[in-house]
Ligand binder design. Sequence first.
Ligand code: FAD
Ligand code: NAG
Ligand code: NAG
Ligand code: NAG
Ligand code: NAG
Ligand code: NAG
Ligand code: NAG
Length: 536
Amino acid sequence: MYISTVLGGLSVLSGATLAYASSAVEPSNFNVTAALEDLGIDVAAIPALKSFNGAQARSTDKACAVACSSLSFIFNSKVSAQNTTGYSNFTDSFWSVQQEEVQPHCIFRPTKNTDVSAAVLLSRLTGCEFAARSGGHAAFTGASSSPGGISIWFKDMNAVTLNKDKSVASIEPGNNWLSVYSALQPYGLATIGGRAASIGVGGFVLGGGISYHSNLYGWSCDNVESFEVVAASGLILTVSETSYPDLYWALRGGGNNFGLVTKYNLYTIPAPEMYGGSRTFIQTYFPQAINAFINVANNASVDPHAQQYIAFLRTQGTNLASAELTYTQNVSNPQIFKQYRSIPAVADTSSPKTLVEYVKYLETENPFHLREVYWPVAVKLDEKFSNWVVDTFYSMISQVEDVPGAQPVIIFQAITEPMLKKMSDFGGNALGLDASNGAVQLMHISCWWSNESDDATIYAFVNSFWETVLAEAKSQGIFNEFVYMNYASLYQDPISGYGATNKALLQKIAKKYDPQAVYQTLQPGYFKLDGAPATL
Ligand SMILES: Cc1cc2nc3c(=O)[nH]c(=O)nc-3n(C[C@H](O)[C@H](O)[C@H](O)COP(=O)(O)OP(=O)(O)OC[C@H]3O[C@@H](n4cnc5c(N)ncnc54)[C@H](O)[C@@H]3O)c2cc1C
Ligand SMILES: *[C@@H]1O[C@H](CO)[C@@H](O)[C@H](O)[C@H]1NC(C)=O
Ligand SMILES: *[C@@H]1O[C@H](CO)[C@@H](O)[C@H](O)[C@H]1NC(C)=O
Ligand SMILES: *[C@@H]1O[C@H](CO)[C@@H](O)[C@H](O)[C@H]1NC(C)=O
Ligand SMILES: *[C@@H]1O[C@H](CO)[C@@H](O)[C@H](O)[C@H]1NC(C)=O
Ligand SMILES: *[C@@H]1O[C@H](CO)[C@@H](O)[C@H](O)[C@H]1NC(C)=O
Ligand SMILES: *[C@@H]1O[C@H](CO)[C@@H](O)[C@H](O)[C@H]1NC(C)=O
């Protein structure tokens, strides 16, 4: 039921239930205006719609002027036009500059699930495109902000509540992992979530979600009790292993292609006491560090409390490796990290930390407001190959040494056997990974730089680096086609990386719940079901 909102003496919202809600599948004669009316919106009373003759060609300025004006009329202060602080607060607070440069027609800040339904339906009515943002950590243009369209910002939907027996936390998409862990800490609880403070819940869970706890419990998407989703029809569905199980499977890896999620109901875990930090090594010790990386990854079932990644970079002319070694108990020198800890380190930030302290600490290593790219590949976990990849990286980074502000980094992590085994829980996920071929090595390049004029140089560099690496991986028979959506660049196609069978199934499920392909066409940003966002 709506609490009716009175605007200028005119009540446009009234108590209503969704009359068309008898089936989750949208009928072929679906009437968008009638669906808006079912939400309690008096469509005939919206001035901007009076002179508007049906949906325009997608996202024309006219369509978006009408859509934004209609949203303002209904929702008043939840909408921010250009050149207001509400607008600049949005555009100035992304992680990457590429997303900060996007100029939407307006920003919409819903406060409840039916507000989100109304925005999707108004987009359909007018033809104005939209994008949705949770933490805003996706790096490339248009991923979570709509150029010239409606950018839906979940900021004000930020509740975290526990069910009666505290086994499930209901998390709205305006949260980041710091706000989630901070809300749950007083109860001695946590969830399987991100490793840095400002990462949003929204994108993270839908793309997979690698956590400090993933060797114990699996990835974030494999720890979802249910999702509350706004379907293309505006209908609000509760999706779980037993309710719309096909959609539940699809949301576990399928990204923004199936609906806007208004509640992530995640299983809780006991809040861990943690110990960890990064140990930094000089180049002499790279082979030993890589050997330690491989052993820790292979020992994940023996001691699932350990989590790690190792980054290689050049800083002020010196090649360094930095291993982030995290233990989800307050133990400073567990057996599994002995080998790493025996390598002389030039710096070590290890200390006992709560989970809240840990994500705050990691946040400091990932500055905002730079041009950014993340670009991953996957291979079978392999020590000799890892050494070769690191040597190849250092032999190629001179290509971008003169690019102002460029800081290329290559990072290795393992998708371990215990993580892979958890991926078949609750009917499985859409990622197309399985445990039968052993651990997977996830490698990604992360790079920031200063100037837009260097974008093409950086993208071409990363592309040619991975072409070199993957040609070798293929010749050795260790290539894995998996592309991790949460790290993927605009030139990659994670859905194809899930394999042809999963891709076809995802397309079929999208067609079932969204026959007009609203989430594909009116929300064109990020990774769609039919190819990469851009080509080089
Ligand atoms: C510094 C840093 C650290 C990271 N650490 C980790 C890590 O530890 N583990 C890991 O797995 N990944 C990590 N990532 C990757 C991270 O998971 C992705 O960047 C992820 O997309 C972030 O989600 P977000 O909500 O912040 O992003 P957004 O940019 O807000 O969203 C990404 C996409 O998801 C969509 N989306 C967001 N909310 C919703 C919703 N409610 N319903 C439907 N679609 C939605 C958006 O429309 C957009 O297309 C890290 C990234 C960075 C930059
Ligand atoms: C759609 O619904 C509206 C409002 O109920 C109605 O006025 C209109 O005639 C309907 N359109 C069609 C094509 O049925
Ligand atoms: C916002 O400001 C810019 C620059 O001053 C101007 O070009 C633009 O027209 C303004 N937009 C609106 C909607 O007022
Ligand atoms: C913009 O952000 C500032 C600082 O957080 C805040 O004080 C202000 O209220 C915000 N403005 C709007 C319209 O949300
Ligand atoms: C586990 O780690 C130990 C070192 O701590 C190493 O000797 C052993 O080979 C590792 N096991 C595997 C399977 O890699
Ligand atoms: C971790 O253990 C150390 C030493 O036993 C103790 O001083 C510290 O308070 C503990 N920290 C946390 C966060 O539990
Ligand atoms: C590029 O970056 C450098 C260093 O940050 C700066 O001095 C220069 O003005 C920039 N060039 C352009 C074209 O922006």
